[in-house]
Ligand binder design. Structure first.
Ligand SMILES: N[C@@H](CCC(=O)N[C@@H](CS)C(=O)NCC(=O)O)C(=O)O
Length: 116
C-alpha cells in the first residue's frame, strides 16, 4: 500500500512541552498515524482509513524511517501511555492502536471524522 502523505524528519518538540496539542503535527492535521513500515497492524489501520474515504486527511509518520523515531516513540509513550504502533490521532484526539480504531463505535467514528 502506498502512503499518500509521508512526513519525514518533521521536527517535533520533544521533551520540552507536555501539552498534547503542542505536538504540531497532531494539532495541524485531521488524522495522524504514527507507524512502522513493517508493522501489520499499521498496514491494517491504513487500509481501514482508506476504506473510510479519509485517506487524503491522513498523515503517516513512519518511525522506523526517522533518525528520531525512538525519541518520538518515547514521547508518544509519555503523552498517550501507549508504546505500540500504530498510534493514531483523529481530530486531535488520541484514538489508540489499530484494534481501538477498527473497534470504534460507528457513531463515535462518524463524530470524530466529522471534525476533520
Ligand atoms: N493491539 C495493538 C498491537 C500493535 C502492536 O503490537 N504493534 C507492534 C508492531 S507490529 C509494536 O508496536 N511493537 C513495539 C515496537 O515496535 O516498538 C494494535 O491493535 O495496534
Amino acid at each position: 500500500m502506498s502512503c499518500s502523505r509521508q512526513v519525514l524528519l518533521v521536527p517535533l518538540p520533544l521533551f520540552n512541552c507536555t501539552h498534547p496539542l503542542y505536538l504540531p503535527l497532531v494539532a495541524d492535521n485531521g488524522i495522524v498515524v504514527f507507524s512502522k513500515t513493517y508493522c501489520p497492524y499499521c498496514t491494517q489501520a491504513k487500509k481501514f482509513l482508506k476504506e473510510q474515504g479519509v485517506w487524503d486527511k491522513v498523515v503517516v509518520v513512519e518511525l522506523d524511517e526517522r533518525e528520531d523515531g525512538d525519541q518520538v516513540q518515547n514521547y508518544l509513550h509519555q503523552l498517550t501511555k501507549q508504546r505500540t504502533v500504530p498510534n493514531i490521532f483523529i481530530a486531535q484526539q488520541h484514538v489508540g492502536g489499530c484494534s481501538d480504531l477498527v473497534g470504534l463505535d460507528k457513531k463515535k467514528l462518524s463524530e470524530l471524522l466529522a471534525k476533520i
